[in-house]
Design a protein around this ligand. Structure first.
Ligand code: PLP
Length: 416
């Protein structure tokens, strides 16, 4: 993805109007108006999502599929309707290719165990990058322990950009899968996943894209990305927690073993043998998070109403303005300065522990995250145990970065 040209912040996205859609943004923290800059950990929800979930429980709640009564049929329609809207949101060729999961973590574990495990032999290689979230590292490490496969790591440079020539060199006849994050939650780097998928695809190597941090910031088209698997989480894209998805082409899903056994994933069960359901049901054992799916469908409607291209353009200019504002703070160093970035500004303040920064500025009403951001190897690359991270969403403003910068000046004064 190429970053859109910076535009003035009064573009097609009317941020002041957007802010009124998010009830939580009206609240105060420690007597100050909330500045929420922790969207990469979890986005806030617009009223439309809160209401869709509440309305489902108030009026339509029942278990889905196979029910002959009206409520069950309404719940099924709402659940499958959400699947169809999500599939179209990512331009999947068919909604049957979209498996509901608990989120990115479960989607990656599903691919590891149901797709890759039966295809691995000792000495085979799985290639991931140094900037992956732990959820795109640990499932592969478990798989390596189970099969004798080897995890290889694409290095990053000191801006936090991928070493693409190392990536090309590391692809070889033993590589069985490439797992790559589209937007790094720790550094903000936007990776050239389309180019990577093309390179791996030319060697018939499947590519899994961790789209957790891409979905809230830009339009995603899984067909044009050319990947084999695309994983995402509802709560990062203004939907509920506990719901997300995995997209893969139908022939890939059909060739995959089941992940978990139970109700819903079967067509017929006898003690002599069990026939599995077709995808996506085959991978959705047990009663799913029905209300979560309905809420995620509402989040998709909300984002489509705003237009993801407008969101991306607004956020690109906000990221530039926010970065410039933070660089005015003396002693502040930005960790992650790749040429293509989205949504995230990780930083340190000379001589002050990130946890102290986060705790003190909370008292100024400013919410950021501090720590390793579940990406320890990425942060360790910079010789650090932790950073402070401001991450933005479509509801943030330049004025909020002013509030963050002022709060950081207070921190500096306390440690002077
Ligand atoms: N990948 C990235 C890039 C993330 O930022 C996160 C969450 O922070 C995940 C994966 C895991 O997402 P979840 O906890 O929703 O499964």
């Amino acid at each position: 993805m190429n970053r859109p040209e910076p535009v003035s912040t009064d573009t097609a996205l009317d941020v002041e109007r957007v802010r009124t859609d998010f009830p939580i943004l009206q609240r105060e923290v420690h007597g100050k108006p909330l500045v929420y800059l922790d969207t990469a950990a979890s986005a806030q929800r617009p009223e439309a999502v809160v209401e869709a979930v509440a309305d489902f429980y108030r009026r339509h709640n029942a278990n889905i599929h196979r029910g002959v009564h009206t409520l069950s049929q309404e719940a099924t329609e709402a659940y499958e309707g959400a699947r169809a809207r999500l599939a179209s949101f990512i331009n999947a060729p068919s909604s049957a290719e979209l498996v509901f999961t608990r989120g990115t973590t479960e989607s990656i574990n599903l691919v590891a165990q149901a797709y890759l495990r039966p295809r691995l032999a000792p000495g085979d290689e799985i290639l991931v990058s140094r900037m992956e979230h732990h959820s795109n590292i640990v499932p592969w490490q478990i798989l390596c322990e189970q099969t004798g496969a080897v995890l290889r790591v694409i290095p990053i440079d000191d801006d936090g950009a991928l070493d693409m020539s190392a990536f090309h060199d590391q692809l070889n006849e033993r590589t069985r899968l490439v797992g790559i994050v589209m937007v790094s939650n720790a550094l903000g780097t936007v990776n050239p996943v389309r180019e990577m998928a093309a390179a791996a695809g030319s060697l018939d190597i499947p590519v899994l894209v961790d789209g957790a941090q891409a979905m809230p910031h830009q339009a995603v088209d899984v067909q044009s990305l050319g990947c084999t698997f695309f994983c995402f989480s509802g709560h990062k894209m203004y939907g509920p927690t506990g719901i997300g998805g995995l997209w893969a082409p139908m022939d890939v899903l059909q060739a995959m073993a089941p992940y978990q056994g139970g109700g819903e994933m079967i067509r017929k069960v006898t003690f002599e043998g069990t026939e599995y359901n077709d995808p996506p049901g085959k991978f959705e054992a047990g009663t799913p998070n029905i209300a979560g799916a309905v809420g995620l469908g509402a989040a998709v409607d909300y984002l489509e109403g705003l237009c993801m291209d407008h969101v991306a353009a607004y956020e690109a200019s906000l990221l530039d303005a926010g970065t410039a504002r933070l660089l005015d703070v003396k002693g502040l160093r930005i960790i992650g300065t790749a040429p293509h970035k989205a949504g995230v500004i990780s930083f340190t303040l000379d001589g002050i522990h990130p946890h102290d920064i986060g705790t003190i500025i909370d008292h100024h009403g400013v919410a950021i995250r501090t720590g390793h951001h579940c990406a320890m190897p990425a942060i360790a690359h910079f010789g650090l145990p932790a950073t402070a991270r401001a991450s933005l969403g479509l509801y943030n403003t330049v004025a909020e970065f002013d509030r963050l910068a002022e709060a950081l000046e207070h921190v500096r004064a306390m440690f002077a």
